[in-house]
Ligand binder design. Sequence first.
Ligand SMILES: *Cc1c(COP(=O)(O)O)cnc(C)c1O
Length: 385
Amino acid sequence: MEARLLRYYPGRGIRLVKGYMQYVWDDRGKRYLDAHTGHGAAFLGHSNPAIVDRVKRQLGELVVCSLSFDCYAREEAVRALSRIAPSHLDSVAFANTGSEAVETALKMAWAYTGRRALVAFRGSFHGRTLAALSATWNPRYKAGFPVLGDVVFLEYNGDPGEVERGIKRLEGRLAAVIVEPVLGEGGVVPARRDFMRAVADAASDAGALLIIDEVQTGLGRTGRLWAHEYYGVEPDILVVGKALGGGIPVSAVLARGEVAASLEGGRHGSTHAGNPVAMAAVSAAVDVILGDDVPAKAAAAGSLLKSALESELDGARLVREVRGLGLMIGVDVRRDPTPILKCMQDRGVLALRAGVSVVRLLPPYMVTPSDVEVAASAVEACIPS
Ligand SMILES: *Cc1c(COP(=O)(O)O)cnc(C)c1O
């Protein structure tokens, strides 16, 4: 008997057979503009030739190389990440998924500070493994699982004074504050500047580390290389994933040297972390990001998409708000977006939900003005009037 696949998510009813840059095709030959991109993983395009070539070459050279050994592919990836890392973050740890990178970041914070408590925010999403899940807000994701108790949730975009008091209350036992610059899964909500600055200042005053989770926002998606640049704050630990390998599963933690060093000496490990094929994908991805001006292109395409949506949806009764940064855009439709997503799919546009009422668009950076028109008119046509 054939095993039954545990799918986790509701099925979309189509089988994808091919992807190229911003498009995917199903088994009937129908083409879709992809603003789902596997939860944002294909931000650099499906089968981007620059990434495919590099990965193919690596597959013929060396596929396995434990962190106990050196290899060129990993040395190159470390050099590549150094080109895009904030200059004060001089150490890198690799992992395989976003959740695992969040776990690594949290372990660093616990090991470095010797403290246990965490602050996270309502609406946050940091992953499905247990420590990452503990810092995730959605109670439905946590129900029935033994999550960590030492996590205090504060209001996202809450009043700066409240945030400061909430963090100060944990002084002496707070290891870290973990925050997304734009809530992704939680509804595409950009942080307000005064909120983000209060979070950073209060964490520092409490002697706690600031972990910025840019698994979804990073690598140019929001129109800057890192979304936290918009806020003038400096993370102690920066978590990166999703698009980092051009679609190949790989994630990374960038950290201050002394913070990262706390996990040395056998305190952490991973079989596949730093895998040479994933490393080749990272080097190629960074070449694309810098060589093709990805943040600037995402900023330009993102502002086109946002204004196209705003004008298409002007006066739409159901639409509460169009919001986002760069090519991370949400349309809040005040209701379950599932039927809208289905209708968009029928019209050849893939998107995904966020929160309980948001149509989320995460297209690749190379979307053209005509793709943008197609996406915006599909959203308009599918929102009931
Ligand atoms: C997707 C996501 C994660 C988890 O990444 P996985 O690769 O699914 O484990 C963590 N944080 C944020 C902000 C994300 O968007």
